[in-house]
Ligand binder design. Structure first.
Ligand code: HEC
Length: 130
């Protein structure tokens, strides 16, 4: 009687141990998807300053030095219209550009990671305004 009970407990402990190992493995395993890495805002800032600031302005209001000479004014990231857009929408605009506007496609000039970082930086600019 005692021994069967002990066996039962042993089996339970074994199963619990296995489950524990699986859970720990799940938590510690590094994620391999590139998209899951958090965007790097510092890198986004340097991309922005190099490529975007001349039109979109230092705080994203669309008042960069080149803005006056453009037929279509650069987007003001601090307006609600931009603020409410999803990261995917902004990313798509950066990747493909806007037709008939000075906002050309950046695909080929920026890597996927740089585009994601610059979106994170634009988000920061639009949040700072609030
Ligand atoms: C030559 C000037 C110019 C440069 C340089 C430029 N943009 Fe633009 N951008 C524009 C203009 C103009 C628009 C607005 C187009 C429209 O509304 O039709 C725009 C629109 C956008 C939008 C869409 C905003 C919205 O609310 O839909 C995003 C996002 C954007 N730009 C990001 C960038 C990023 C990131 C860079 C740098 C990698 C950049 N732009 C460089 C002129 C520029």
């Amino acid at each position: 009687m005692r021994t069967t009970r002990w066996r039962f407990i042993q089996r339970r402990l074994f199963v619990a141990g296995l489950a524990g190992i699986c859970v720990l493995y799940g938590f510690t395993r590094p994620s391999l998807h590139a998209q899951d890495y958090p965007p790097d805002r510092a890198r986004g800032k340097s991309v922005y300053e190099r490529h975007c600031q001349k039109c979109h302005g230092p705080t994203g209001r669309g008042d960069g030095p080149a803005a006056d000479s453009l037929k279509v004014p650069p987007a003001n990231f601090q307006r609600f219209q931009s603020f409410l857009k999803s990261d995917e929408e902004l990313l798509r605009t950066i990747e493909h550009g806007v037709v008939y506007s000075p906002m050309h496609s950046w695909r080929g000039q920026l890597t996927d990671g740089e585009m994601q970082d610059v979106v994170a930086y634009i988000r920061l600019l639009s949040q700072q305004a609030r």
